[in-house]
Design a protein around this ligand. Structure first.
Ligand code: SAM
Length: 292
């Protein structure tokens, strides 16, 4: 077996060989610690029958670890300059396919259908580019892909918001959006020192396990998310104030909003951050007829 790509010495040698310069705008912070990489992979609980989807393979540090453990890896990489490097570093692995594309533009569902036919277990595993963590996670969840879940590295601050519970400062519409689809947990905090170049912020690894059905029953998902976003628009404002100022024609519909709050047994003076997902579901289902 070749020496790991992610050792500091080998990483430096690869970068020098190709004269590679990091693009900050693409969130390029590469991992140079094989222990951390192995831990990330272990959180995904892959078997030799699993498929792995990676976003942003860089020079292949994580891809290699995934290739050793799973049946097949498909990795989306936006930066063309990395393609010849990946062809070189991942040469020893015949179960890896690199797709040159922006994952936000890719038809991931179609790729899964083509690349993972008859796979019963598919996980997304990634050290995400930090400038687009939230759009990538939301795309993967909203497209209802046939995946078991996502294990990814991201900014600790975003990990805190994703796994936050009601009543905490980090709890908001992102916590609800992600927890609606998945069970979310922060599984590891990662120091800056294991990256080149070092990012400015602390990092964490989260594991999102897709629920068999969403956490709550809502009449209309788009409206449910609209209500949660409206409720957190200004955190210091009451629920009633945020809903009247943020929902379409909310000011004219104040009486109806009060009715819906009463029917859902939620005090209008409460703040959005105190509501559980179940309460948001009840509220949006009561508001729905007044806004459609
Ligand atoms: N996986 C490598 C590692 O752990 O060392 C690199 C991770 S680095 C944080 C993020 C990677 O995502 C970079 O290789 C970057 O070029 C790539 N990337 C950035 N934006 C992307 C996008 N929209 N779609 C696909 N890849 C992207």
């Amino acid at each position: 077996m070749d020496k790991d790509i992610a050792t500091p010495v080998r990483t430096r040698a690869i970068l020098e060989k190709y004269g590679f310069s990091f693009k900050k705008s693409l969130g390029q912070n590469f991992l140079i610690d094989t222990n951390i990489l192995k831990k990330i992979v272990s959180f995904a609980e892959l078997t030799d029958q699993s498929g792995a989807i990676e976003i942003g393979p860089g020079i292949g540090a994580l891809t290699e670890q995934l290739a050793r453990i799973s049946k097949k890896v498909v990795a989306f990489e936006i930066d063309q300059r990395l393609l010849p490097i990946l062809a070189d570093t991942l040469g020893p692995y015949d179960n890896v396919k690199v797709i040159h594309n922006d994952v936000l533009k890719a038809d991931v569902k179609q790729v899964i259908g083509e690349e993972f036919p008859e796979f019963e277990d598919i996980m997304v595993v990634a050290n995400l580019p930090y400038y687009v963590t939230t759009p990538i996670i939301m795309k993967l969840l909203e497209e209802a892909l046939p995946i078991r879940g996502i294990v990814c590295m991201l900014q600790k601050e975003v990990a805190d918001r994703i796994s936050a519970q009601p009543g905490t400062k980090d709890y908001g519409s992102l916590s609800i959006a992600v927890q609606y689809y998945t069970e979310a947990e922060t599984v590891m905090i990662v120091p800056k020192t294991v990256f080149v170049p070092q990012p400015n912020v602390d990092s964490a690894v989260i594991r999102l396990t897709r629920r068999e059905s969403p956490a709550v029953n809502v009449k209309d998902e788009q409206f449910f998310f609209q209500v949660t976003r409206a409720s957190f628009a200004q955190r210091r404002k009451t629920l009633l104030n945020n809903l009247t100022s943020q929902l379409p024609d909310g000011k004219q519909k104040k009486e109806e909003i009060l009715e819906a709050l009463k029917a859902s047994e939620i005090e209008p003076s409460r703040r959005g951050e105190t509501l559980s997902i179940a309460e948001f579901a009840r509220l949006s289902n009561q508001l729905y007829p007044y806004f459609h």
